[in-house]
Design a protein around this ligand. Structure first.
Ligand code: NAP
Ligand code: MG
Length: 474
């Protein structure tokens, strides 16, 4: 037992007003659809709201609205489009507490993260791309880069509002209009964003939100009048989309899965590395495409590092996402919990040693204790497949060459981390890692000015930074 217990410090949910039902946001108006589905709070299984399920005709109407709006939106001077984006960014800041609580309710992530990471980054993305809107000719993409038209955007449930920002901010800055489909389990923050657009007087049709499940996403990406498809999600669905978009002339970016190596060398500052490992895999319950899910630790320090990691893990607080003390919240859905459970059982079955700190999980809702597996080899499924949960696979290495070889031995290539006191070693190793983002002596750091994206089965195209403009310009 810890010496001192924290008193609960729950954030009030009264700041957010969730309606019993929501329609589709098309052409600046909320309207009904034939079918609906429910979205729940994964920490309690309480139904939060009933949301419209967009069918093919609804997607048609949304794309038509975006097409109509494109003409005038793309003709606006960049400085005028920037005003809308700056306004949206400021409203997001003003409403950030409300949106953070909403995001934690619908997604299950700790309020500490939605408040201190998601929301500030969401606003920062809009501010950043607002700044580009009138400077597109200086982006290195030719003297007169043109928008593509209507962007069909499909996003996952792990960072609902942040993924929306990554998609919508660059699309609007470059003069495109948007139809966005949020994930089935986390539609609410996108619907609140629709309200932010209205508050900002964004012209109708520039942003349309169609809620629904996988089929709604498929109607959208396969719609013949969409010019650009941007997808973040699993490699499996990404592959299907690549197939359906091939030969249509639509421009495509795919941000898919990952199985990042977090490499700790014997000269690394251990305490700092332990913080980075924890942040790398337990941040957002490990529902992070670039999570440091494979720890590669140099053999000579493995025992010391793992002891220290276990001590640190024992202090993680798992529970109520709205409690400001909570470090690890709820797993987003029953389906995801089942997948994490299954892969963890496979890991133990294949002979890896499983460890979790003692922790009491709530009775209702979807929960998984922070878990590490030691004695993992490269052949284990938990070393190869994305678990997308709070589960770390630990492997060891003896030489830098072995670390690099193991780190690159994956079908993915989204991110990696290096921990070492030696700058020359960091640069030499980073240069050989086949990953889109390499962090040194830190992990899971995001910034709108910095491009993000993968190699190999992690997808293609970059989001963020100047590179992120390219995906939306001809
Ligand atoms: P997913 O099943 O691929 O879903 C992603 C989105 O696509 C959801 O909105 C989903 O709708 C929709 N969708 C499903 N089937 C579709 C289809 N046939 N056509 C068009 N859209 C379709 O992935 P997920 O389980 O939600 O998210 C987890 C995955 O996303 C992980 O593999 C993770 O690595 C990856 N991810 C990558 C990044 C990155 O930046 N690289 C960031 C975050 C997550 P429904 O939810 O309604 O089914
Ligand atoms: Mg939900």
């Amino acid at each position: 037992m810890p010496l001192f217990e924290y008193a609960p410090a729950p954030e009030s949910r009264s700041i957010v007003d969730i309606a019993p039902s929501y329609g589709l946001f098309i052409d600046g108006e909320f309207g009904e659809a034939k079918d609906t589905f429910k979205t729940v709070n994964p920490a309690t299984e309480e139904v939060l709201s009933e949301v419209a399920l967009a069918g093919p005709e609804d997607v048609d109407r949304a794309v038509a609205a975006a097409r109509r709006a494109f003409e005038s939106w793309s003709a606006l001077p960049g400085s005028e489009r920037a005003k809308y984006l700056f306004r949206i960014a400021r409203i997001l800041q003003e409403r950030s507490r409300e949106l953070a609580v909403l995001e934690s309710l619908d997604n299950g992530k700790p309020i500490r993260e939605s408040r201190d990471v998601d929301l500030p980054l969401v606003a920062a993305h809009f501010f950043y791309y607002a700044g580009w809107a009138d400077k597109l000719k200086y982006a290195g993409l030719g003297p007169d880069p043109r928008p593509l038209g209507v962007a069909g955007q499909v996003i996952p449930w792990n960072f609902p509002l942040l993924m929306l920002a990554w998609k919508i901010a660059p699309a609007l800055a470059t003069g495109n209009t948007v139809v966005l489909k949020p994930a089935e389990t986390t539609p609410l923050s996108a619907l609140f964003f629709a309200d932010v657009c209205r508050q900002a007087d964004l012209p109708p049709g520039v942003v349309n939100i169609v809620t629904g499940a996988g089929d709604t996403g498929r109607y959208l990406v396969e719609h013949p009048d969409v010019n650009k498809v941007a997808f973040t999600g699993s490699t499996e669905v990404g592959r299907q989309i690549a197939r359906s978009v091939a030969g249509t002339g639509k421009k495509l970016t795919l941000e898919l899965g990952g199985k990042a190596a977090n490499i700790v060398f014997d000269d690394a500052p251990i305490d700092q590395a332990v913080e980075g490992i924890v942040n790398g895999i337990f941040f957002n319950q490990g529902h992070v495409c670039c999570a440091g899910s494979r720890l590669l630790v140099q053999e000579s320090i493995a025992t010391e590092l793992l002891d220290s990691l276990k001590r640190r893990m024992a202090t993680l607080r798992v529970g109520d996402p709205l409690d400001k003390n909570t470090d690890v919240g709820a797993i987003n859905s029953k389906a995801q919990l089942d997948r994490i459970t299954e892969l963890s059982e496979i890991g133990a079955g294949e002979g890896a040693e499983r460890w979790s700190p003692p922790c009491e999980l709530p009775d209702r809702g979807f929960w998984f204790a922070p878990t590490i597996f030691t004695g993992v080899t490269q052949a284990h499924r938990i070393a190869r497949e994305e678990i997308f949960g709070p589960v770390l696979s630990v492997l060891t290495f003896r030489t830098p060459a072995e670390a690099i070889e193991k780190a690159n031995n994956t079908p993915y290539g989204l991110s990696a981390g290096i921990w070492s006191e030696k700058g020359s070693r960091i640069l030499a190793v980073a240069d050989k890692l086949r990953a889109g983002v390499v962090w040194a002596n830190t992990f899971n750091k995001f910034d709108p000015t910095s491009p993000f994206g993968g190699y190999k089965e992690s997808g293609y195209g970059r989001e963020g930074g100047r590179h992120g403009l390219e995906a939306y310009l001809a």
